[in-house]
Design a protein around this ligand. Structure first.
Ligand SMILES: C[S@@+](CC[C@H](N)C(=O)[O-])C[C@H]1O[C@@H](n2cnc3c(N)ncnc32)[C@H](O)[C@@H]1O
Length: 287
């Protein structure tokens, strides 16, 4: 049995790790700031290298104690040295302001959504194109459409349905709109948070997000998808839910594409359903 003080220490650690683990970015900012305070206020004056080494050790130890994901240990260890190196370059401050503004316009609220911009490639687009719904009035939406490559590709397929891309970050959204106009595409792009968009009207919903976004997206899909509608996620699954990858995905550098279909009974079940499966099995080279 643990001594009372040791047990409360362990409890404190678990409680902190549980609460702060949901916000590793803010926790890490606090770790780095505390490390800087520790070295500059609590320790006697140090040469820069020693101070940075202390901060790196602090970053690793505290991040590990708080059970942050392993890559944050490296970030929190290396960030003070990177900052010091950047300051030593003595570049004009406007350059940093410009870089900050550019990053802000590209990544926007990534610090809270925890979904950064990275594009899927043509191999993914081709597989997704085979899942397009047909029939009059069919509608497709890409949640977090990034630079618009996927949505534009889908919209130019023969007999394509109406395709909408929802994107929160201003610069990727603007670039998507320009690309659509330039190509005279029917594809539309809205600068909107997909969490505020009703998905009830769509036959196919696509997303390439991140593990952090998946739990609340599951709730949204369960509440809003109409019977027969499909949801396809590139790479990421829902924690605790069954997942079935589309045939042909998850191989040779193509990320897995997981598919779920809303049943007539209101249950969102893993798997493409028989019609979509038939499309894939027909086209596979081995069939
Ligand atoms: C990984 S990229 C995917 C880009 C695109 N779908 C593709 O396949 O190339 C994810 C995008 O989702 C956007 N995003 C993240 N959270 C969002 C939200 N709540 N609403 C709208 N867009 C969001 C990000 O800004 C980012 O551009």
């Amino acid at each position: 049995m643990l001594a009372p003080d040791r047990r409360s220490w362990t409890e404190l650690r678990s409680a902190l790790a549980g609460r702060l683990g949901a916000y590793p970015q803010w926790t890490s900012a606090a770790v780095v700031l505390l490390g800087w305070l520790l070295v500059s206020a609590a320790l006697p004056p140090q040469p820069a290298g020693v101070g940075l080494a202390w901060q790196a050790v602090w970053g690793v130890v505290l991040s590990a104690w708080l059970r942050l994901p392993v890559w944050w240990l490296a970030i929190n260890a290396g960030f003070p040295a990177a900052l010091h190196g950047a300051a030593a370059l003595q570049w004009p401050p406007e350059l940093f302001l410009f870089a900050w503004l550019a990053l802000l316009l590209v990544y926007w609220t990534t610090f809270s959504t925890r979904v950064p911009l990275y594009a899927s490639g043509p191999a993914v687009w081709r597989l997704m194109a085979r899942c397009l719904p047909s029939g009059p009035g069919a509608r497709v939406v890409d949640l977090g459409s990034g630079l618009g490559g996927l949505a534009l590709h889908l919209a130019r397929q023969p007999g394509a349905p109406s395709v909408l891309g929802l994107e929160l970050a201003p610069l990727p959204w603007l670039l998507s709109r320009c690309r659509a106009r330039w190509r005279r595409s029917s594809c539309r792009f809205l600068r909107q948070d997909y969490r505020r968009h009703d998905l009830a009207a769509y036959d196919l919903v696509l997303a390439y997000l991140s593990p952090a976004a998946m739990p609340s997206l599951w709730q949204q899909l369960v509440a809003q998808l109409k019977p027969g509608a499909c949801f396809i996620s590139c790479e990421f699954v829902f924690p605790g839910q069954a997942a079935v990858a589309l045939p042909g995905s998850g191989l040779a550098g193509v990320p897995p594409l997981y598919v779920w279909r809303m049943g007539a009974d209101g249950v969102l079940a893993a798997g493409p359903g028989s019609d979509l499966e038939a499309v894939f099995l027909k086209d596979l080279p081995c069939s």
